[in-house]
Design a protein around this ligand. Structure first.
Ligand code: PLP
Length: 226
């Protein structure tokens, strides 16, 4: 594929996802354009990412700090106005690297990480918006704080100076996601948080209908991961 062909193909995929998002916003009576489309570029190399950048997308998500460090510094030089989102679990010893490279972190989920992020912000002088990730289906071995621990974690974030803008969740696989999205909406409301990072390729239409403000889409924009 030539570069113009790759850009045209990227534009077709972006248009399909965007019009589905707009449709759900209309059905929900929401403002058009109130959902941010984050392209999840994990496992994809810079060559696969550039067509989406050239087609105009500016929000990208990665799940691993080290992988992102390998490809995004160069892409950020070329496209300085991008917003890079960390959507995967973060180890405390990578907190400083993450705060340096990313513009938004969606995976704040435990007290030790809050402490590490507070320290990383002080060291780097960078302030970012954060989401607290909630283990909305109460699944073992899944990232996210337990629903019961959310109030205490939010208090700790406030004390540590983390600007929490919303909640993020990945509902359990292979069952209807809507009840889990609805629970996340309810939790956000209870804590006066306005942003909701929910919805992936398989369930983003439901998520937008229920109020998602940030959908994280990989497969529907890039094709299946290898
Ligand atoms: C990989 C990933 C996505 C994107 O998943 P797709 O099904 O490919 O759209 C979204 N959110 C998180 C946290 C992910 O790890």
């Amino acid at each position: 594929m030539t570069e113009p062909e790759a850009i045209a193909a990227a534009r077709t995929r972006i248009d399909a996802v965007t019009s589905a998002i707009r449709h759900q916003e209309r059905l929900a009576g929401r403002k058009s354009g109130s959902t941010t489309l984050i392209a999840v570029s994990k496992t994809h190399e810079a060559d696969a990412i550039r067509p989406l950048l050239l087609a105009g997308l500016r929000d990208f998500g990665e799940n691993r700090v080290q992988e992102a460090q390998g490809k995004w510094p160069a892409l950020k030089q070329e496209f300085p106005d991008i917003t890079l989102h960390l959507i995967g679990q973060l180890q405390s010893n990578k907190a400083k690297d993450a705060v340096e490279l990313f513009d938004v972190i969606h995976s704040v989920d435990r007290p030790s990480l809050v402490t590490a992020l507070g320290k990383a912000m002080a060291e780097t002088g960078r302030q970012l918006p954060f989401f607290v990730q909630v283990n909305i289906g109460n699944e073992e071995q899944k990232g996210g704080c337990a629903v019961a621990e959310l109030p205490a974690l939010l208090d700790q974030c406030q004390q540590a100076g983390l600007n929490i803008v919303g909640l993020m969740a990945v509902p359990p696989a292979d069952i209807e996601a809507a009840p889990f999205f609805a629970l996340l909406v309810e939790l956000a409301k209870r804590h006066n948080l306005t942003q909701l990072s929910m919805g992936m390729s398989g369930d983003y239409e439901t998520a937008v209908l229920l109020g998602s403000t940030q959908v994280r889409i990989g497969t529907a924009l890039f094709g299946e991961r290898g």
